[in-house]
Design a protein around this ligand. Structure first.
Ligand code: GDP
Length: 461
């Protein structure tokens, strides 16, 4: 595809830094490099020491920087276009001087966010799942996230979805034969076996999307809400967890003053801990809003830490118990204040949530007692179902899930055993399913159906 503009952008991190890499992509790339260097183009894909000069400076103040140029003539480049990399000194002024020289060329401009990757996609260099993987790779904060993005970038998802789409297109080709050539002699057994194929494919897609959101959870981070009555020690617990063997990635006040978030790297897994407002009945409007948000947070979390004061055992705060829906761990804090028997009881007992018993841990945010066991339990909850083995390629985005659900809906409309009497409807649903799956990788074209028809069935004889 031909784009009129040649684009450039800083490809390396924020200045100042030792080196900055400016990437240029577009038909003018070669021309720009020759003008900046005052020399013919260097050998392709070889780092070449180059003095970059101001193209319009006459004979004074001519040198912009002394660095390295790499010339990647298209289509063997990231974007498929002519690409140039300028490696220069990573100071703000050096970068600005080169950027302003580049902007001075006719038809050359700063790139929009994602524009290089967009061009790579449009030129068929990568599919949409790889483009998304690239974005994930750049923003990965933990080892497990990096691993998942890497797998996706290597094409693990694209291969799977392309395979499904090809299966659908092949089925469609068979059915189209019936539709297009209904008056002619059609092999009787043409549709035979199709319903089994459809059932098998539906099975595979269902299994893939029925994965407890493991890939999405890993990409987005595992959400833990700390809930409990005021003063049970929720904030102290959060701080104590953060001080343990976990690395704090960042600490941000939530969008409200009632939710404080902490992003942790828990054994390679990204975890967001949210300390919510104390749950209690309140007449205060502001506080009420805080509690409402805490409830929403608790509901949406992947795991809840329901915190109680160990000394109150066995009287549990009913508002907190009511929130113990879904995966929950009960935490009895202030274990240092509770007497030994209470502690032992709390440890032994199943705490009954509305959905059944949940595991309980006695800790002290003050002394740090009990945290090893609690952290282990949190880690195993966060990693449950998350498969980082080389063969795993889980669904990682809502966009993919939506498309697959749409494909399944189309396949569900096809009655099994197959309605051989209405091949048009069958073909339409197969086409819709193929389109939906094709949208994930960005391959929406189903016209290749015709090629398949004629290559497989010698109809035109
Ligand atoms: P929150 O309102 O649930 O966030 O509770 P805080 O974390 O603010 O704690 C309330 C009070 O309990 C504070 O005075 C803390 O110092 C105290 N506290 C918290 N954890 C412990 C603990 O494990 N042992 C003791 N003795 N006091 C604690």
């Amino acid at each position: 595809m031909d784009f009129p503009d040649t684009i450039f952008a800083l490809a390396s991190g924020a200045p100042p830094a030792g080196i900055a890499v400016i990437r240029i992509s577009g038909s003018q790339g070669g021309q720009v490099l020759m003008r900046l260097s005052g020399k013919p183009l260097p050998v392709p894909r070889m780092a070449t020491r180059t003095r970059f000069m101001r193209p319009d400076a006459g004979d004074k103040d001519i040198v912009l920087d002394d660095g390295i140029a790499i010339w990647f003539p298209g289509p063997q480049s990231f974007t498929g276009e002519d690409v140039v990399e300028l490696h220069i000194h990573g100071g703000r002024a050096s970068i600005e001087a080169v950027a302003s020289a580049l902007s001075g060329f006719e038809g050359v401009r700063m790139a929009e966010p994602g524009e290089f990757t967009r061009r790579a996609f449009e030129n068929g260099k990568l599919d949409l799942t790889r483009a998304e993987a690239l974005a994930d790779l750049v923003s990965a904060e933990t080892e497990a996230q990096r691993h998942q993005a890497q797998r996706q970038f290597s094409g693990a998802l694209a291969d799977r979805y392309d395979g499904w789409r090809q299966d659908l297109v092949a089925m469609l080709a068979h059915v189209e034969t019936v539709v297009d050539f209904a008056d002619e002699e059609i092999p009787k057994d043409l549709l035979e076996g199709l319903d089994n194929k459809i059932l098998r494919l539906k099975d595979q897609i269902t299994q893939h999307i029925d994965d407890n959101r493991q890939g999405e959870r890993l990409r987005d981070g595992f959400e833990i809400a700390i809930i409990g009555a005021p003063n049970v020690g929720k904030s102290s617990l959060l701080n104590a967890l953060a001080r343990r063997d976990v690395a704090i990635v960042s600490e941000t006040a939530g969008t409200t003053r009632d939710v404080v978030e902490l992003h942790l790297n828990l054994g390679g897994l990204p975890v967001t801990l949210a300390d919510t407002a104390g749950i209690r009945d309140s007449l205060d409007k502001v506080e009420e809003e805080g509690i409402r948000r805490a409830l929403v947070r608790a509901e949406g979390a992947d795991l809840r830490l329901a915190v109680f004061d160990a000394a109150t055992w066995p009287d549990l705060n009913p508002a907190t118990v009511a929130l113990m829906m879904g995966e929950t761990i009960a935490v009895f804090n202030k274990g240092d204040l509770a007497d030994g028997n209470l502690t032992a009881n709390a440890k032994r007992s199943d705490i009954k949530g509305p959905l059944g018993p949940v595991p309980a841990f006695v800790v002290s945010a003050l002394t740090g007692n009990g945290f090893d066991a609690l952290l282990d339990a949190i880690k195993s909850a966060a990693s449950k179902g998350i498969d980082v083995s080389p063969g795993s390629a889980p669904l990682t985005r809502m966009r993919h899930r939506t498309a697959l659900v749409e494909a399944l809906e189309a396949l569900d409309r096809i009655e099994t055993p197959m309605r051989a009497d209405s091949p048009e409807l069958l073909a339409e649903d197969l086409r819709l399913a193929a389109r939906a799956v094709g949208r994930i990788t960005g391959t929406v074209d189903v016209e290749d159906v015709l090629d398949l028809i004629f290559s497989e069935f010698c109809i035109g004889k």
